[in-house]
Design a protein around this ligand. Sequence first.
Ligand code: NAD
Length: 500
Amino acid sequence: MTQIISHTLPEIRRAGGAGHRDDALAPAGHFINGSFIPGSGGSIDVVNPATGETITAVAAGTAEDVNNAVAAARAAQPAWGAMTPRERSEILHLIADRLAANSGDLMRLESLNTGKPPAVAEDDVSSAIDTFRFMAGACRTMTSLAAGDYAAGHTSVILREPLGVVGVITPWNYPLLMAAWKLAPILAAGNTVVLKPSEQTPLTTLKLAELIADIVPAGVVNIVTGYGDPVGSRLSAHPDVALVALTGSVGSGSAVAAAAAPSRKRVHLELGGKAPVLVFADADLTEVARGIRTAGFWNSGQECGAACRILVHESVADALTKELVREVGTLVVGEPGAGADVEIGPMVSEAHFERVKGFLERAADEGLHAAVGGRPLPGPGYFIAPTVLTNAREGSEATRNEIFGPVVTVETFATDEEAVRRANETEYGLAASVWTSDAKRSTAIPRNLDFGTVWVNSHLVLANEVPWGGFKGSGYGRDLSLYALDDFSRTKHVMTNHGA
Ligand code: NAD
């Protein structure tokens, strides 16, 4: 590959004080048994990553707070689980209506707390609403195998039941959306919930609790804010929690599974990703570059399915890199309040900014070239320039580990077999994409890729009707679709002897 380099770094567009309103903040405290109550521990500052300023503080939950929330969820479960699907469905529709009526507040709060560009916050809120609507409908369609006589003189009926109390632990990159992805199917299936949002981004989850407090019976949804340890670890270990569901990093997934093991509860893990983007010589390179501009940089690259690891056929690598550099160079960087056209916000925290910066420094030491970007941008706030790293060799750190920032790498391959082998040589198995105009390749290559979602000539397009989840280090269990309802419920076989 020849070196293609653009030295221009983007300016950060500033909001000039706009976007700092916090009048929509939910009341302080944990949300337990239908009301906000003070926690038994200290507090955690919540920071605006676009400016580094503190927005507010939330309760640092304790094991005792978790115990109280689980007790409330346990007491509420029998009545909630006994409702008909139609009754629960109507409540889920009311939740969706309430979110829709308050979508402006939710978007603003989400952007304030995460630094998300407005278009991402808008998509998060509208997708969260659609998740509640989908699950409201889907839970009324659940069926099991037909009742029948499968052993002589015996009739079998298969019932689908709630699990009981489900513990949920969410990440900072899509706080409201991940809460919706879990809450909607878990509630639809008749379970009650204790949810811990990320300590860095709890504001929209608390707002959701405030908004639905008069819709959902007390104890059905409980929110305990705080750190992974002790809040997440107590939820994972609690003997009255039937399943713990985490969306987060691989390390947290292992910790949750280990803490859950002694109580033999079910575990549902949606973990990290490092999505390969396989570009064959017959692909439409302009479409590929446009696709990566969106799917590699959506949510500032803080996205588990991001199109971040480009594997391109060596014959078109230079042509694709040129197109990519031009596309990525047009991304608008700024604070969320600086305009509806802002596309890249800050990293979520100073610690994460330092982590991404470290990846860029080590990539430069390893001999990778920043064809565009490659550096942090001046503060305040935790901004990194949108970056394309080329000259990445097999095994380079930047191509193996989840950077989780606005950074994509470009590697080359020579044959289809090499493309598939290299794509699969990762601990992750969440998502991948294949770009080709060859019908045979578009059918054959996805079958050989070890990823829970494979797009063809597209990347990062999701829908509530289809499952989302990974293989290998990316975890197990499925979000969205009827498969999530399966995961958050259990089957019971009742067999009745009617023989003589
Ligand atoms: P994280 O693992 O640091 O934190 C996720 C949550 O786990 C937080 O609420 C945290 O407090 C909690 N936690 C941390 N340690 C814990 C422990 N020992 N026990 C219980 N809970 C614990 O992840 P993050 O940095 O918030 O989020 C980014 C990660 O999430 C990335 O790896 C990303 O790929 C992944 N992610 C995956 C998906 C998906 O659908 N697969 C979606 C979004 C994010």
